[in-house]
Design a protein around this ligand. Structure first.
Ligand code: SF4
Length: 473
């Protein structure tokens, strides 16, 4: 996985200074939060479903080998093949071999975070295989040579005019001088261009939202229908998915589907929810003759039994992104990873190494909103805290930060000393106050005032006010 998370601070500053991004993300965040709130209020058993989903995932993870083997047996019984890939390199080799064995030239893809994790499209292009993204957002960023900035809406960082510019640059013919101006026209143009690729494709590659062990089905939850064309039109369908996507039964799937779309887009259900069970049978009207499932580990097995096992419950709904004030401020590209927001702040250090992605778990206010909306109740702040602890233990953070934290720990674990120091601090801060605000602090504390002003502190500590028994404490 290609990450540039070490650049988080400079990338975040670029995001903060990008006016288009700020407007787009403000509107997007407000919209998604209110849509989720409204739809959740209409389902009184929503929290009960969250508990059920967490328990189903915990049970499945405790017996992951059995459920994956059951899934494989069912896929084979339905005329498909299952391939096991322990690493990114192995997954790419398997997919490349299938494509070459079919003498494929044209490949179409629907959106899949695992294929993003593997940088699969770049690999296939390097193998001489023309690979086209068919999800509208993925198609737009493919044209622009960008990576997704969101796990469900990959082009969320762009507004309509930017998309119109991109389409004009890539689609216009000599003599064309008018850019499209409406969303409907942009969608129609993309649809027209993509349609011929669907018809010419040799192989369709998708991910999977869920894998059902009892039937060997893969479930795709989409809104555009492009994934359905990707699975149905080419002769060969390759599903590339993480091993953690398996769930035991179709009944369990119903629980997750009810949670997924409400959490992801604030809707009761998506436009398309497809269950694909094996290769095309003689009586089927459509479907792929050759059905392959590539089950990717790529670090997931290492999470089993570790502090990070709860992260394997993630259903990639993006609710934590929509409720994260840091993600909504800096945008997804700042994270330098295909996984961004709070879930990316936990997952990326695991997949890429904390030494390459240490900024991400620090990019959190620890407000706890991510955990409070997660449909499978992943304790995201605790897991980020674990990474912060690791950074200090491995001495990956700056010495000045470590010393400051050691000094802080020394003071707060000695109540008398804490009282003296906090009383002194309140007085000292008065010296930095101008017109009721602190606008500049020295040394490492200057990071806090670089982009915000603080109100002047009260001239007493909390403890002294408490002692005086003031009513407003
Ligand atoms: S961590 Fe939870 S809220 Fe975030 S994407 Fe995963 S399932 Fe959704």
């Amino acid at each position: 996985m290609d990450v540039s998370s070490k650049e988080f601070i400079s990338l975040a500053n670029i995001g903060l200074e990008n006016e288009n991004l700020q407007t787009t993300m403000n509107q997007f965040g407000a919209n998604m939060i209110s849509r989720r709130q409204q739809i959740v209020q209409q389902l009184p058993e929503f929290d009960q479903l969250r508990d059920e989903a967490r328990d189903i995932k915990n049970h499945t993870l405790a017996h992951l080998d059995l459920y994956l083997e059951k899934f494989e047996q069912q896929v084979v019984a339905n005329g498909g093949q299952v391939h096991w890939a322990s690493s990114e390199a192995e997954a790419k080799r398997i997919i490349g071999d299938i494509c070459h064995a079919k003498a494929a030239k044209n490949i179409i893809k629907s959106k899949s975070m695992v294929t993003e994790e593997l940088d699969l499209a770049v690999f296939l292009e390097d193998q001489g295989l023309e690979t086209l993204e068919t999800d509208l957002g993925e198609y737009i960023i493919q044209l622009r040579g960008e990576r997704p900035s969101h796990i469900v809406a990959p082009a969320v960082h762009l507004n309509k005019d930017q998309v119109a510019d991109t389409f004009f640059k890539h689609h216009s013919q000599p003599g064309d001088n008018k850019k499209l101006s409406t969303r409907a026209d942009l969608v129609a143009e993309a649809r027209q261009i993509l349609r011929s690729h669907f018809l010419a494709a040799d192989i369709g590659i998708t991910g999977a939202n869920f894998l059902v062990a009892e039937t060997g089905s893969i479930i795709l939850v989409t809104n555009e229908g492009n994934a359905e064309l990707t699975t149905a039109l080419p002769e060969t369908h390759i599903v590339v998915t993480g091993i953690e996507k398996v769930i035991p039964t179709l009944e369990d799937a119903a629980t997750f589907i009810r949670l997924l779309t409400r959490s992801a887009v604030g809707a009761e259900i998506s436009a398309y929810t497809s269950f694909i069970t094996g290769a095309k049978r003689s009586a089927d009207l459509d479907g792929a003759k050759n059905f392959h499932v590539v089950l990717v580990d790529n670090g997931r097995v290492d999470m089993l039994g570790s502090e990070f096992q709860p992260m394997l419950r993630c259903i990639r709904c993006s609710a934590c992104l929509h409720h994260c004030p840091v993600y909504l401020s800096v945008g997804g590209h700042a994270y330098g990873s295909v996984y961004n927001g709070p879930m990316g702040a936990v997952l990326t250090p695991h997949l890429a190494g904390v030494e390459h992605a240490g900024h991400l778990p620090n990019a959190s206010t620890f407000c706890g909103r991510c955990e409070s909306v997660c449909p499978v109740r992943i304790p995201l702040p605790d897991l980020m805290r674990f990474w912060r602890n690791q950074q200090t233990t491995l001495k990956l953070d700056k010495p000045s930060v470590r010393w400051a934290l050691q000094a802080w720990a020394f003071i707060v674990t000695r109540p008398r000393l804490y009282k003296i120091v906090s009383a002194l601090l309140v007085r000292c801060l008065a010296g930095f106050t101008k017109a009721g605000f602190i606008t500049r602090l020295p040394s490492i504390a200057g990071n806090w005032t670089e982009s915000r002003d603080f109100r002047k502190p009260e001239q007493q500590t909390f403890i002294s006010r408490w002692k005086k028994g003031r009513a407003d404490v």
